[in-house]
Design a protein around this ligand. Structure first.
Ligand SMILES: CC(=O)SCCNC(=O)CCNC(=O)[C@H](O)C(C)(C)COP(=O)(O)OP(=O)(O)OC[C@H]1O[C@@H](n2cnc3c(N)ncnc32)[C@H](O)[C@@H]1OP(=O)(O)O
Ligand SMILES: O=C([O-])CC(=O)C(=O)O
Length: 365
């Protein structure tokens, strides 16, 4: 039997047309287009690109956006179910249960034709933000807000969460966040989803696998971890002792390190720029300054301690952006999933189109 690679490090498990990562140069492309060039598009356009394979022309984009808007609503029965949730649970657990419940209301749930899968894709992309916002409001005993069709995917999410129309920069930040979160090759949640899809399980079930895997603090859950860390550190003066103490105890600093990137995560650069601009708009540089100081220490001092630098990953400056958007830390992983669902769907479709059950071997000891 072949050599065992712990954590499947470096193992190539499949061919994909969906994204490309060069972890040494720090390059990420969706469908052959660099992330830096995609970040200024709308989330709808990027979602379309991931799922359908091409940048939509004007008509395709209009039709896709209209379809998404038409499907944003959740029905009264679903809202009744959400209102019954025990809000002691974590937000991501609520989302997982709510998506499972949404599957029950989808008459095509167990239909596997390409048309049925396309319809379900639209419903999933459209309803994720509505459900996250509705769950959050329900946890405070508030009614869900009707989606606002004048607003982009990201801006409408912020609106449904707070009832306030976001500023131009806030809307841009949310759109960019969803785009940057949308796809990342065989990350753990996508891999788990592809395993589910490879058994020819349905789209909702595969997406729920993705959600369950995204939750972990070493994956999507790290975004919440960064927000909690910023709260715990509190002021820039505490950064040095906080970070060095963690390193001393061999604890991980959330939002740093990556299995594939051995350099700066290209998404982190874009988030950093958005976080900086938000700090200026909000006239409060405290979160940004603290984050930059954590980055500085991990770049320089980690070398002294471990002989290499640690770079921020996608979860680090996204957490700073969420701080400026007044997003509660409990929602961070669920919002990550609002973006990631398009990438998950694309991978599911790719798996269905050329399937073989994913089933590696274990080395018996
Ligand atoms: C959306 C995403 O999933 S992005 C990643 C989000 N996760 C995080 O931010 C959590 C913190 N980071 C980590 O736990 C890791 O860097 C991971 C999970 C992202 C990658 O894990 P792996 O590729 O298995 O790397 P591994 O955990 O083996 O780390 C390699 C070395 O770097 C160190 N290291 C890696 N990340 C960190 C970190 N964030 N803080 C401190 N040390 C770290 C490890 O301690 C280890 O050191 P050693 O070789 O001296 O033992
Ligand atoms: O690729 C990974 O391992 C994790 C990651 O950055 C992502 O899922 O966005």
């Amino acid at each position: 039997m072949e050599e065992m690679k712990k954590g499947l490090e470096g193992v190539v498990a499949l061919d994909t047309k969906i994204s490309f990562i060069d972890g040494i140069q720090g390059i990420l492309m969706y469908r052959g287009i660099k992330i830096e060039d995609l970040a200024d598009l709308s989330y709808d356009a990027v979602s379309y690109l991931l799922i359908n394979g091409n940048i939509p022309n004007e008509t395709e984009l209009l039709e896709y956006s209209q379809e998404i808007k038409k499907n944003r609503q959740i029905n009264g029965k679903q809202i009744e179910v959400l209102n019954e949730f025990d809000f002691g649970i974590e937000a991501l657990d609520g989302l997982r249960t709510a998506i499972s419940c949404t599957a029950h209301f989808d008459l095509e749930n167990n239909h596997h034709s390409p048309d049925a899968n396309k319809n379900k894709s639209i419903r999933l992309v459209a309803k994720f933000p509505t459900i996250v916002a509705a769950l959050h409001r329900a946890s405070f005993g508030q009614e869900p807000l009707e989606p606002n069709d004048e607003l982009s995917h990201g801006a409408n999410f912020l609106y449904m969460l707070t009832g306030k129309i976001p500023t131009e920069l806030e809307a841009e930040a949310m759109e960019k966040d969803l785009i940057l979160s949308a796809e990342h090759e065989l990350n753990p949640s996508t891999f788990s989803l592809r395993i589910a899809a490879s058994t020819l399980s349905d789209l909702y079930s595969a997406v729920i696998c993705g959600l369950c895997t995204l939750k972990g603090p070493l994956h999507g859950g790290a975004r919440k971890g960064v927000m909690d860390m910023l709260d715990e550190v509190g002021t820039i003066e505490n950064v040095q002792s906080y970070v060095l103490d963690k390193l001393e105890k061999k604890e991980k600093i959330m939002g740093f390190g990556h299995r594939v990137y051995k350099t700066y995560d290209p998404r982190a650069r874009i988030y950093k720029d958005v976080a900086k601009r938000l700090s200026i708009e909000k006239q409060d540089s405290s979160w940004f300054d603290m984050a930059e100081e954590i980055e500085r220490i991990l770049y320089h001092e980690f070398v002294e301690i471990r002989g290499k630098s640690l770079y921020p990953n996608v979860d680090f400056y996204s957490a700073v952006v969420y701080k400026y958007l007044d997003i509660p830390a409990e929602l961070a992983t669920s919002i990550f999933a609002i973006g990631r669902v398009s990438g998950w769907i694309a991978h599911c479709m790719e798996q269905y189109a050329d399937n073989r059950v994913i089933r590696p071997r274990a080395h018996f000891v």
